[in-house]
Design a protein around this ligand. Structure first.
Ligand SMILES: Cc1ncc(COP(=O)(O)O)c(C=O)c1O
Length: 404
């Protein structure tokens, strides 16, 4: 099924301003239907849940419908496995906190030095409770994950491996199912940051057999809100974060302290309606898979076009895969220019009504480890399926002027 780009672009009202948005890994544009749903929720069902009057009952129905829709998007086995929260960073902090009761001094957690800090810092903070932190690095030659190195890092006391599905700088898709298999073989759990993956490919937490899987809706065409999938048995084991009378079996409520943001939950479910429409409107997982298959084709052509230009220059260092292959990467492309400050390049491109960005994108350990922190870090062009080849050509023309 080919992507209907005219339909796609019509769903994002902000595109009407003619700007080329290539900062999507920072935050994507929002679907019109998501905004409509937030407004509708606020104006019709913004009452407290749990009462017997009809509007309150309607609010409860909407929230459970939203949770079920989001469960479908992730292919969770049941809606109770969907934990909603304000951001990925906060969800990882909550998760680390909720695991404290099951960790003993001397237990080990493996973190990477190639994740966004959201999935490193909360685990490293457990060091003060006697947890031993081990660091998994990339293969320095290929900049891909070294599975044997992971095997060597894990031992009998390893309790958790925290890893990204896709780096927000390299754009490389990590073999999350294979990593989960190796982690489980050691009796440990896996916590995955999928923020840079979920806007690009279908998520299937059951197929990959991950334990915790977290991403933010504001990079996935929705509002500033986030989701953590947790395998039901794992959620039951976690400490509660809410009041004492929310018992251990109260999932996900015990992990959502305070009231979840109802209007954003209802709004975020609109992302699933959009994916369903893109995939033929059959209302099932197959539609979501078809939608992302079409998205991957569009994304690969965007990557190929930009990488074709960047590969042709001998003063550009691409940080990550040099080919656009959708099986290997998403269209988040970072590069560095010999002897040039990344800031200056980005500002020149701004002037052409093309939005890109420079820095370390809170993946500071990765940028420092690769020796890329000087001169403003890397330039990052992060595309999604609503971008067009014409926009890439505009970017290339602007880069060409800036790079002279
Ligand atoms: C890969 C990755 N992980 C985590 C985050 C943090 O997400 P949030 O802002 O929802 O905490 C980001 C945000 O840039 C990200 O790119």
């Amino acid at each position: 099924m080919a992507l209907d780009l005219a339909f796609v672009r019509s769903q994002f009202p902000a595109l009407a301003d003619g700007f080329a948005y290539f900062d999507n890994a920072g935050g994507s544009l929002v679907l019109g239907n998501v905004a409509d749903r937030v407004r509708d929720y606020l104006l019709t069902t913004s009452v407290q849940t749990g009462a017997s009057y009809p509007q309150s009952r309607r609010a409860v129905e909407r929230l459970s419908e939203a949770r079920a829709r989001i469960a479908l998007m992730l292919n969770a086995a049941r809606p109770e496995e969907i934990v909603l929260g304000p951001s990925t960073t906060v969800l990882f902090q909550w998760l680390a906190h909720a695991m404290e009761g099951q960790l003993q001094p001397g237990d080990e957690i493996v973190v990477t030095d190639f994740d966004h800090e959201s999935n490193i810092g909360p685990w490293r903070a457990l060091e003060k409770r006697g947890i031993v932190i081990k660091t998994w690095s990339l293969d320095p030659d290929t900049l891909t994950v070294d599975l044997d190195a992971l095997d060597r890092l894990m031992g009998p006391r390893t309790r958790l491996v925290a890893v990204t599905h896709t780096s927000n700088i390299l754009g490389t898709i990590n073999p999350v199912a294979e990593i989960a298999k190796r982690v489980h073989a050691r009796g440990a759990a896996i916590a995955v940051d999928a923020v840079a993956y979920a806007p690009h490919r279908a998520v299937d937490v059951q197929a990959w057999d991950v334990d915790y899987y977290v991403f933010s809706f504001y990079k996935t065409y929705g509002p500033h809100f986030a989701v953590m999938y947790g395998k039901h048995d794992r959620l039951l084991e976690l400490d509660g974060l809410y009041h004492y009378f929310y018992g251990r079996d109260k999932v996900p409520a015990k992990l959502e302290p305070g009231n979840a943001n109802y209007e954003l939950a209802w709004g975020a479910a609109g992302i699933v309606d959009y994916l369903d429409a893109l995939g033929g409107g059959t209302g099932d997982r197959a539609a979501i898979t078809r939608a992302f298959d079409a998205i991957a084709v569009q994304e690969e052509s965007l990557s190929e076009r930009l990488l074709g230009y960047l590969n042709g220059r001998n003063d550009v260092r691409i940080v990550g895969h040099r080919a656009g292959d959708a099986a290997l990467r998403v269209p988040t492309i970072a590069f560095k220019l010999d002897g040039r400050h990344s800031d200056a390049i980005v500002r020149d491109v701004d002037a052409a009504a093309v939005g890109i960005r420079f820095g370390d994108f809170h993946s500071r350990r990765l940028v420092e480890h690769l020796g890329l922190a000087a001169d403003g870090g890397v330039v990052r062009v992060s595309m999604v399926h609503y971008n067009t080849l014409e926009e890439v050509d505009r970017l290339v023309a602007a880069l060409d002027r800036a790079l002279h």
